[in-house]
Write a protein that binds this ligand. Structure first.
Ligand SMILES: [Zn+2]
Ligand SMILES: [Zn+2]
Length: 383
């Protein structure tokens, strides 16, 4: 099948819409006709090399030492077009959301209820299909990698069934696309990984798509106050509409103008880092506004080789603080995506207001330009 897809062909190269060839699904695979794909910051990390693995590891995974060319996109929703042999959990016509973390249901992590840590996740950055190690997507005679084994910037995709979550057909597919990654990750970062309790004071550093989920999660968990921190004032303004009670540009502002009065010097019970790119300095900034006994959740993606971090170790131990990483907000995609869709459909989760622009598959680069300029909180591709 010939479809149009947004591909990056080289490090820092542009998103270019190409006509590509997709094969029929093999055993265990599903073809999905895409309805919506979210433009998440993580795809920019892919383009700029932040999440490029070592050439030696890539060679091992995919038989070549580069991630490129690769189809972008790891958020999305669509309708099942065809299923390969042995697929019993999906049928043509089913509505699905994609998940950037595959979940096999059988490995130790899946079996213990931690599908967000599924062993199949090892294959997500690059490489051929999970099912049988062959390639299904081709640009001319070059095999294509797909972001997170998905590549949702494509009119149709072929994916392993473990990368899909079935959703009830009455749910809005555009909302499902946003919930499939950013909102779920942010929501879980506050509620599950952060463990926000009723009456807590919470800070969310970075108020894009993921931060919007964290702010709403914190309010759902009963936070008395949520401080939205972002240098982009329009993001702070939107955050206040999502349930944040206070807003400011930097952690320093929060430390000097908001927290002394709000918490009488106690600081935040939970601080969640959801900035576009996680760097070493941000961790200490987050710790510095966190209370004794408090939790710092590092949700953002850092460059693959980032290994230094600024952290006041005296404070960390003497204030009995905890620094926690998280993937997908530490909740199984098959639990979180349907749960948040239900909240959305009942009016208890704000999604539509986050979508500032819709783009066509030809406008992916424009979408990321708008994200970089701060004009766009969250864009989606409508197919
Ligand atoms: Zn994402
Ligand atoms: Zn698994």
């Amino acid at each position: 099948m010939r479809v149009r897809a947004a591909v990056v062909s080289e490090l820092n190269g542009p998103w270019r819409t190409e006509e590509i060839e997709i094969d029929e699904p093999h055993a265990g695979e599903v073809t999905v006709k895409m309805a919506f794909a979210g433009l998440c910051h993580s795809d920019e990390h892919l383009r700029t090399g932040d999440i490029s693995q070592d050439p030696a590891i890539l060679e091992l995974l995919s038989g070549r030492d580069t991630m490129f060319p690769i189809i972008g996109g790891h958020e999305g929703s669509g309708i099942v077009e065809a299923v390969g042999e042995g697929v019993t959990t999906f049928a043509p016509g089913d509505h699905v959301a994609v998940s950037f973390v595959p979940s096999c249901g059988r490995c130790e992590f899946c079996a213990s209820g931690r599908q967000y840590l599924c062993d199949l996740g090892a294959t997500t950055l690059a490489g051929p299909m999970i099912a049988d190690g062959t390639w299904r997507h081709h640009l001319g005679d070059v095999d294509l990698n797909r972001m997170a084994q998905l590549g949702t910037f494509s009119e149709s995709i072929v994916v392993h069934e473990s990368s899909l979550v079935r959703i009830d057909p009455w749910y809005d597919l555009r909302a499902a696309a946003l919930i499939s990654c950013g909102l779920s990750t942010g929501f879980g970062s506050a509620v599950t990984r952060g463990g926000v309790q009723p009456g807590d004071t919470v800070a969310v550093i970075g108020c894009g798509g993921v931060g919007s989920g964290a702010i709403q999660g914190a309010r759902h968990a009963g936070a008395r106050a949520v401080i939205a921190i972002d240098v982009n004032s329009s993001k702070v303004e939107r955050a206040l509409k999502l349930g944040a009670t206070h807003g400011c540009a930097t952690t320093l502002d929060a430390a000097f103008t908001i927290l002394p009065e709000l918490t009488r010097g106690k600081n935040c019970d939970v601080t969640i880092i959801t900035v576009g790119v996680l760097t070493g300095e941000i961790v200490e900034q987050a710790r510095a506004i966190t209370a004794k006994g408090g939790v710092i959740v590092a949700t953002s993606i850092a460059p693959y080789h980032q290994s230094t971090v600024e952290l006041n170790l005296f404070g960390l131990s003497m204030f009995n603080q905890e620094l926690r990483g998280t993937v997908f907000g530490s909740v199984s995609p098959r639990v979180q995506i349907p749960r948040l869709l239900r909240l959305y459909s009942e009016g208890a989760l704000i999604v539509d207001e986050l979508i500032t622009h819709e783009y066509t598959i030809d406008e992916v680069q424009r979408g990321y330009d708008d994200l970089a300029s701060g004009e766009n909180l969250r864009g989606v591709v409508r197919f």
